[in-house]
Design a protein around this ligand. Structure first.
Ligand SMILES: C[S@@+](CC[C@H](N)C(=O)[O-])C[C@H]1O[C@@H](n2cnc3c(N)ncnc32)[C@H](O)[C@@H]1O
Length: 317
């Protein structure tokens, strides 16, 4: 068996866990198991009845193995957009009423970023891949097959890359000679397309966009949030740590919408006429940021944002 050591330092873990409902015998879903930091802490420090951990990355199983001797822990490989199906066995158990909390610690783990074969990092030369599950189409397929306009749109929509058009144009020019194979090949093209010096690495936005698109990340989150609510008991909580602003915006708008707060995705958009049924109460009025001590010891966490909402009591529905 593969015995890789876990390189991931859990982000905002103490703040997130502090939002658990104050009760004994908790039933919890850790929807983004990663290296297992959240699950381990919960099993060690809390009174846990049942902890179901999910991850779409088959390599996460390596880290879950260490916890599988615990009778109150179960790891399931799968996408959290199918969270309802993944936990249906537990939901169908006699006398089981639902979960007390569902954790989403979004984004990638350091185990994925630092993997030399997976192409998530612009600091490591590796094949263009970026699939968290290792299945489906990859960043290589996208870069070498999608049309110039499709590529430009993806870079703009998911990376807010202002040079999206010129980078897409150069990609299409270059791939006529040879397929674009590696992260290094792609970075060279990006550098040649952006004439100005940027503060951040010039490939930051393109890599973010590719990862979001390849893994269908925003759709995954919307589906998961919608389904999660139905798996909670009243008073149960959805606890989300997001990794970039597009994710955080989605979570914020979902919580606003479901808590009946006036909402619109932008002040330029019309206000929706019907906010639907009110099922959540927002617990974190503003997103919570990591503190300076955490940022100093783990700079990767600096863009993290924590938001929590609670399913409201049936009587108030
Ligand atoms: C930031 S890491 C979680 C780290 C974890 N909390 C820990 O302490 O080690 C995010 C994890 O979520 C997983 N993930 C991302 N999107 C997913 C999805 N749609 N379905 C299931 N797992 C997903 C990734 O594969 C990754 O392992």
């Amino acid at each position: 068996m593969n015995t890789q050591t876990n390189k991931h330092i859990p982000v905002m873990i103490n703040q997130a866990v502090n939002f658990l409902p104050q009760k004994e015998n908790l039933n919890i879903i850790d929807a983004t198991f990663g290296g297992g930091g959240y699950s381990k802490l919960l099993l060690m420090n809390k009174n846990i009845n049942n902890l179901i951990a999910i991850d779409r990355d088959p390599l996460a199983k390596i880290y879950a193995k260490k916890l599988e001797n615990k009778t109150n822990f179960k790891f399931i490989e799968g996408q959290f957009s199918k969270i309802d199906q993944l936990v249906s066995e537990q939901m169908n158990k006699k006398n089981f009423k639902g979960f007390d909390a569902i954790f989403f610690d979004l984004g990638m783990s350091s185990n994925q970023i630092e993997d030399k074969k997976r192409g998530f990092s612009f600091q490591i030369n590796s094949p263009l891949d970026m699939r968290m599950s290792g299945k489906g189409f990859s960043a290589y397929d996208l870069i070498n097959n999608f049309s110039e306009i499709e590529i430009a749109n993806i870079f703009f929509k998911y990376g807010q890359e202002k040079y999206s058009k010129s980078i897409a144009k150069k990609i299409v020019e270059n791939r006529k000679k040879n397929n674009i194979q590696t992260t290094e090949d792609l970075i060279k093209i990006i550098k040649n397309s952006i004439k100005l010096k940027t503060k951040k690495h010039p490939a930051t936005k393109v890599f973010q966009a590719l990862r979001i698109y390849v893994n269908n990340e925003l759709h995954e989150i919307s589906e998961a949030l919608n389904k999660s609510e139905k798996l909670l008991i009243p008073g149960g909580r959805i606890i989300v740590v997001s990794f970039h602003s597009l994710e955080d915006k989605l979570v914020k708008e979902y919580f606003n919408h479901k808590s009946g707060k006036k909402w619109r995705s932008s002040r330029h958009n019309p206000e929706p006429s019907d906010t639907g049924q009110i099922t959540l109460k927002i617990i974190t009025k503003k997103a919570i940021k990591p503190d300076n001590i955490e940022i100093a010891s783990n700079p990767r966490c600096r863009s993290a944002r924590l938001r929590v909402a609670e399913k409201i009591m049936e009587s108030s529905l």
